[in-house]
Design a protein around this ligand. Structure first.
Ligand code: HEM
Length: 448
């Protein structure tokens, strides 16, 4: 008999660990990660594996990537995203990725700096001295506007942004929940949750359709910018043109709306939270960014030169990785951590748990941004994976770093940020890892 990875305790008949995952996924994955570098969990009556070691995670993402597809969570996202680049497999993925890549290289991202700065500056302008701001929704609006304006040259109305804010969390958490249950169990029961999930997808796809039409009309008016839409529609490559019919363009639009709208706001919010909890570090970052003029220093290189700010962002992505748990599924026999995995085995991993592995990070739960300045070589590259790795890594990684940095520069130049006395900030982990609620007190720096 072939040995299996050790089973995480407390499975329940028929549902396995599904209820625990549903009730508190962050807690479940974190405590299950202490069982073994590779353990076994039960999704319903089916076995799945859980990786709790960064080298094993890197192995499935990079050297063994061809033995895995994206698996159950991503299948649940198909109703929303179709075959957009996040879900596409094989040649279609390779062609789309190659076509899009230039829009995410550093020179292109430098072109987005002005737009990112304009939206961030407008956000902080709208705040008032001594106000308490519920910051996460603010950052969500910011990120939604930025991703659609930079990549699709479309300025969203307030109503459209609010629609995304209302519906996107339902879709993302619905996808996550469906990933923790046996196939189809969810969808066969006509619950109000089910109806809300599919209605939210329909609303967002309708919005996407309208905005894509609007953008394509400017193509016909010959006023189009060299944006991602132009890359998809104006290519000379015949196969790429065939790939990108109207349906695929909508899939890509929704893919970027989804990938860009819940992730960066989470990173900006957790950075603010950590800086509020560490006022002395906040002061040091403010001293670094105080005289930084985004109108002049507007390249990726300039922004990467803000060493302490970059370290703060990196440390907050380590402690609170927005995409905190994901998975893959074997498409052929694979060997992992000394075990043989049959084709069709679902493998989950928690980046959150891996980023807090005490065998890699001393004081793993403590915010220490200077670790990335003083001792960066101590940490293997594979132990910091908020953007994934390999051919399916985040295409928007540089985009996100710059967007987060620009938002923080704007905030810290104008305001001191602090938490309310005694304020608890729980992490909500159904979907992206977001702060449950994060009301922040802001105080004008100039009025001190
Ligand atoms: C802090 C912010 C972000 C984080 C933590 C993040 C994280 C990730 C991760 C972990 C993946 C890989 C998924 C996998 O391995 O299965 C991914 C993929 C992707 N991300 Fe991001 N992301 C962020 C921001 C963005 C932004 C701003 C965009 C768009 C502008 C974006 C677009 C994408 C796309 C299109 C993919 C799919 C890439 C592919 O499969 O080829 N992401 N992201």
């Amino acid at each position: 008999m072939v040995a299996k990875p050790p089973l995480v305790p407390n499975t329940k008949p028929l549902i396995g660990h599904a209820l625990d995952i549903w009730q508190d996924p962050l807690k479940f994955f974190s405590s299950a990660a202490s069982v073994a570098p590779l353990s076994r969990i039960k999704i319903g009556w089916k076995d799945a594996c859980l990786i709790a070691n960064h080298e094993l995670l890197y192995q499935i993402l990079v050297p063994d990537a061809k033995k895995y597809d994206k698996g159950i969570q991503f299948e649940r996202a198909r109703a929303m995203l179709g075959d957009g680049v996040l879900l596409a497999e094989g040649d279609l993925h390779m062609r789309q990725r190659r076509l899009m890549q230039p829009m995410f290289n550093k020179p292109s991202i430098s072109d987005y700096v002005d737009t990112m700065h304009t939206y961030s500056a407008a956000m902080v302008e709208s705040w008032r001295d001594k106000q308490v701001v519920e910051v996460y929704p603010e950052f969500f609006r910011l990120a939604t506007r930025v991703v659609i304006d930079t990549l699709f040259s479309t300025v969203m109305t307030d109503d459209d942004v609010e629609l995304v804010r209302a519906k996107m969390p339902l879709v993302i958490s619905g996808i996550e929940k469906r990933g923790a249950l046996p196939p189809r169990l969810f969808d066969t029961i006509p619950t109000s949750e089910n109806r809300a999930f599919y209605a939210a997808i329909a609303d967002l796809r309708a919005l996407g359709n309208r905005l894509v039409d609007q953008r394509l009309r400017t193509n016909r008016d010959a006023e189009a910018h060299a944006d991602l839409m132009a890359v998809l529609t104006d290519t000379d490559d015949e196969i790429a043109r065939r790939d990108n019919d109207r349906a695929q363009i909508l899939n890509e639009f929704l893919t970027f709306l989804t990938a860009g709208s819940e992730t960066t706001p989470s990173a900006i919010a957790w950075s603010c939270y950590l800086l509020a909890e560490h006022p002395e570090i906040q002061e040091q970052v403010r001293a670094e960014v105080g005289g930084f003029d985004l109108g002049v220093h507007n390249t990726v290189g300039d922004i990467q030169g803000l060493t302490l700010l970059q370290a703060v962002i990196k440390e907050s992505l380590r402690l609170y990785p927005p995409v905190w748990a994901l998975g893959r599924r074997t498409v052929q026999e694979a060997s992992l951590g000394g075990f043989d995995l049959a084709p069709g085995t679902q493998v989950f991993y928690s980046v959150y748990a891996i980023h807090r592995d005490e065998s890699v990070y001393e004081d793993p739960d403590t915010f220490k941004p200077r670790r990335w300045i003083d001792t960066p070589k101590k940490y293997p590259r594979t132990a910091f994976l908020p953007f994934g790795a390999g051919a399916r890594n985040c295409i928007g990684e540089h985009f996100a770093w710059v967007e987060i940095a620009i938002a923080l520069v704007n905030i810290l130049q104008r305001y001191e940020i602090s938490l309310q006395p005694g304020q608890q900030v729980p992490a909500a982990a159904m979907g992206a890892l977001v702060p449950g609620a994060l009301p922040m007190r802001i105080k004008s720096v100039v009025s001190r």
